[in-house]
Design a protein around this ligand. Sequence first.
Ligand code: SF4
Ligand code: SF4
Length: 295
Amino acid sequence: MKQLLILSGKGGTGKTTIASSFISLLKQGETPACFADCDVDVPNLHLIFSDGETCLSQSTCFNRRAVIDQSFCTHCGVCEEHCRSGAMKNGVVNPYLCEGCGVCELVCPVNRDGHKAVQLAEINTGDYTVSDTDFGIFSTAQLKSGAGATGKTINAVKQNLASFCGESQVAVIDGSPGIGCPIISSIAGVDLVLLVVEPSLSSMSDLERILKTVRQLKVPAVACINRADISPELSQQIQLYCQEHELPILEEIPFDPLVIRAVNHSRPVVDYDNSPAAQHIRSLFEKTLQHLQQL
Ligand code: SF4
Ligand code: SF4
């Protein structure tokens, strides 16, 4: 099975619009496919592809968080000094900032019967689900408010998909925006990354950072420019950058108000025959599949 990951450095560039269109187009073709929503902080694909949904598996997500035992903490401050996330303040752990790295436990000098005054505990942060839908097997996670995606969460969503994918030949993975640990986990092990860029300074800056990560992980990548016509000048700058960095741009998708209508109705934009963006997304789909099949 070939895995295609659709990524963007920032939210709102049209990544899910393209991912949902690809999933819909795969269903119309003859290639058995499956899909995953790794944008687990704000998953959306379940809103679009719930038709015929039957749950195949549900399990609990756990993440590690630091917990201080106040009964023997001496308030020495060593853990606060070493916490790079700023999650420790005056002997209290902020669970929204704690990343469960375990440094505090390592450096804590107070040990009672083999237990440090601060230790990591497993916290229930949400649910993983795998379902059978009219569009193929679908893996995702629904996190509790403030839980935050981790690399481990993303890895589990991908592994769940691999366990249930059956005869699927292509997996479409909607990655999370950003450049942190969840992105590294999204990229690891996929066959091709499709980077969605828009002509804005922030999106261009994110492209540079995300491409560095993709290249470090030695995964082939292609790109597309979404809403390319909203700034022809910036689109040209993206083209130049991509040429210099040997990143093929497969398609330039124009701004199209029908995309907003499709999003509002939780439908893939390729369902709208008269949509100019949909025509370009169909072309992007064909070209991306060709790249994927040649790998
Ligand atoms: S390092 Fe240990 S003893 Fe010191 S403040 Fe942190 S938890 Fe308490
Ligand atoms: S586990 Fe890591 S992030 Fe969390 S409080 Fe300890 S040092 Fe900070």
